[in-house]
Design a protein around this ligand. Structure first.
Ligand code: B12
Length: 304
C-alpha cells in the first residue's frame, strides 16, 4: 500500500515518505535530550513548542507508522492592491491544497483496511528531513527534493506496518555552507550566524500573525508581504524556477479586506482570491496592509 501511496502522491505533484513508529519514538527521546541540553539556544516561544505543542502522546497507541507528505504549492503570489487611485504591489503566501491531499491519502489507506489519523502536533520538519525527503536550509525551512521550500508538510499515523524506512540523521543542505543570502536578507535579523535555530521572537512571520502592535525596532523596510515574510526564501538558490502566481484586488476588494473578516458577505470572486492566498484566515490582514501601505507611501518598494 505504501508504494501505491508514494506513486499517487507523485501523480498529484506531492512527495510522500513513511517512517516506522520505532524511529518516531527515537526522535521523541532525541528531542527531550535536545530540550534539556540546548535550553540556552531556544527562545521562550520555541520552548513552548517543545513543551506544549509537540504531542507525541496524542498518536493513537495502536498506530505503527507515520506517513509524512510534502504538498507542493506555488512559492508565492505577486499581489496588487488598488487604493485611492494608486497601485500597491507586494507579495503573499499561497495556500496549499491540503484537503485534496488528505482526501486521497485517507481513501487509499482506508480502502486497504487500515486506520489513519491526521497528526499536526509533531515536529514535521524534522520528520521530513529524517525520512530522507529533503534537507534543512540555513533558514530552518525544509527543502524537499524537486520542490524547494514551496512545500507544506503534513503527517498521518496509520496502523499499517512499515518494515523498512530511510531514517537518517538531520542534514542541512551543503549549498548553505557558502551561501549567506537568507542570513543577509532577513529583515529583522532573526537568522543569526552563531546558531542553527532562528530567533522566532524576531521572525516577521510571527509578528505578522500577532495581534500586538509591531515593535518599534522593526524597520518600515521590513514589510514585503501581506502575512508570512518570504524574504529568507525569495532569492534562495534552491528555489530557482519555482511557480509563482499573480492576484490583483480592485479598490472595492482592497477596501473590503481593510474592513477585516469574516468575509461571508464578500463577493464569490473576492472569497476565491482570499482562499487562494489563505488570506481569509489572517485576522491581522487589515493591520498588516495598513502598515505595508504606509511604508510604501513613504517610498518603500517591496521586493523579494
Ligand atoms: C511554530 C511554528 C512557526 C513559528 C516559529 C518557527 C521557528 N523556526 O522557531 C513561526 C511563526 C515564526 C513560523 C514561521 C514560519 N513557518 Co512555521 N511552523 C511552526 C510549527 C507549528 C512548529 C515548528 C517550530 O517552531 N518548532 C520549534 C523548533 C525549535 O523546533 P524544530 O524545528 O522541530 O527544531 C528542530 C531542528 O532545529 C533540529 N535541530 C536542532 N539542532 C539542529 C542542528 C542542525 C545542524 C540541524 C540540521 C537540525 C537541528 O532539532 C530540533 C528539534 O526537533 C510548524 C508545524 C509543525 N507541526 O512542525 C510550522 C512549520 C515549520 N512552518 C512552516 C512554514 C512554511 C513557516 C514559514 C516559512 C512561513 C513563511 N512563509 O514565512 C516561516 C519560516 C520561519 C523560519 N525561517 O523558520 C512549515 C515548514 C514547511 C517546510 N517546508 O519546512 C511548517 C512545517 C508548517 C507546515 N505544516 O507546513 N513557524
Amino acid at each position: 500500500m505504501f508504494d501505491e501511496l508514494r506513486t499517487l502522491a507523485e501523480s498529484h505533484g506531492d512527495r510522500l515518505a513513511v517512517v516506522s513508529m520505532e524511529n518516531i519514538h527515537l526522535l521523541q527521546a532525541d528531542l527531550a535530550k535536545f530540550r534539556s541540553e540546548k535550553d540556552s539556544q531556544l527562545g521562550d516561544f520555541q520552548k513552548h513548542i517543545f513543551d506544549e505543542y509537540y504531542r507525541f502522546d496524542q498518536i493513537p497507541a495502536h498506530m505503527r507508522s507515520i506517513i509524512i507528505v510534502a504538498v507542493r504549492r506555488p512559492a508565492y503570489a505577486k499581489v496588487t492592491f488598488a487604493r485611492n487611485g494608486k497601485e500597491y504591489k507586494a507579495f503573499s503566501g499561497v495556500a496549499a491544497a491540503l484537503d485534496k491531499t488528505v482526501g486521497y491519502i485517507t481513501d487509499t489507506v482506508q480502502a486497504a483496511g487500515f486506520d489513519i489519523n491526521r497528526e499536526t502536533r509533531l515536529p514535521l520538519r524534522r520528520i521530513a528531513v529524517q525520512s530522507g525527503m529533503g534537507q534543512y536550509g540555513r533558514n530552518n525551512i525544509v527543502y524537499v527534493d524537486g520542490m524547494g521550500s514551496a512545500a507544506a508538510l503534513m503527517a498521518f499515523s496509520t496502523d499499517a506496518p512499515c518494515d523498512n524506512d530511510n531514517w537518517r540523521e538531520p542534514v542541512v543542505s551543503p549549498i548553505c555552507n557558502d551561501c549567506k543570502i537568507c542570513l543577509t536578507l532577513c529583515p529583522t535579523n532573526a537568522i543569526t550566524p552563531d546558531r542553527f535555530h532562528i530567533d522566532s521572537h524576531k521572525c516577521l512571520t510571527r509578528l505578522n500573525r500577532s495581534p500586538d502592535d509591531f515593535p518599534d525596532w522593526v524597520p518600515p523596510t521590513a514589510y514585503h508581504s501581506t502575512y508570512y515574510c518570504l524574504m529568507c526564501q525569495g532569492r534562495c538558490p534552491m528555489n530557482k524556477g519555482l511557480e509563482t502566481i499573480e492576484v490583483s484586488f480592485s479598490e472595492t476588494e482592497t477596501a473590503r479586506i481593510m474592513d477585516g473578516g469574516p468575509y461571508d458577505d464578500a463577493s464569490e470572486q473576492l472569497k476565491s482570491k482570499l482562499a487562494r492566498l489563505n488570506f481569509e484566515k489572517i485576522a491581522t490582514a487589515p493591520r498588516n496592509l495598513r502598515v505595508l501601505f504606509e511604508a510604501m507611501d513613504a517610498g518603500h518598494v517591496p521586493k523579494l
